[in-house]
Design a protein around this ligand. Sequence first.
Ligand code: DGL
Length: 258
Amino acid sequence: MDNMKRDLPVAVFDSGLGGISVLRELRALMPEENYLYFGDSANAPYGVRSLDEVRALTVDAISGLYQRGIKAAVIACNTATSAAITTLRERFADIPVIGMEPALKPAVLEHPHECVLVLATALTLREEKFSHLMERYDQWAEVISLPCPELVEFVERGELDSPALDAYLQQRLGPWRERADAAVLGCTHFPFLKNAIRKALNENAVLYDGGAGTARQTRRQLELRDLRREGDDLGSVVIENSLDTPEILGRSCFLLEL
Ligand code: DGL
């Protein structure tokens, strides 16, 4: 394996800014890797689109990144993973393509909980991938699926803390406040709203997200194929967005350093 290949970036893709929560975990775990982040904010939110649309947008975005030279692709979006992971793995079979799913498994197995909320997009929650996850784990706890598409837009606007956000969460999560003792953040935008989500839930409720697990899975895949970058100098991070405005790029850098 030549070092030129190891120096290629790991592509990280999301419908918008949410995947930056995964990029943060990747960078914390593998700071020496080079990263190329692409957010498709011009077409976000994906979670309210049809399966075919999301698959086409995702395949298009990854094709563009692949042609530029990448050594792996992390689909840092639960919605895009549900719609496109099989097609992506067939189409780009010579690189590892790492997907995401709501962290229901650790939420029900690592700590016993009585009632677990899964917050995600409508598409993630209605797709087959999530039904399989439910079949495997809903015997261990009462699992309630709650689509929260508006939360994606709060993050895209950079509104991480506001009375409107609190009111929305109150209305959406309030009915479960007494009952739910855990919540799975099944959309990569949601970890940026952790503080607000915590306020709307019972103070003992535990939050789970899949970012750190995805970073570990990416490291495993790179190691398996002898693709880890050598040396310990810090890698580069390039952030691009289909909505190429100073606001969106500034917001991306802000979220990366948060
Ligand atoms: N961040 C994406 C996810 O993890 C979805 C956001 C969207 O609806 O565009 O599901």
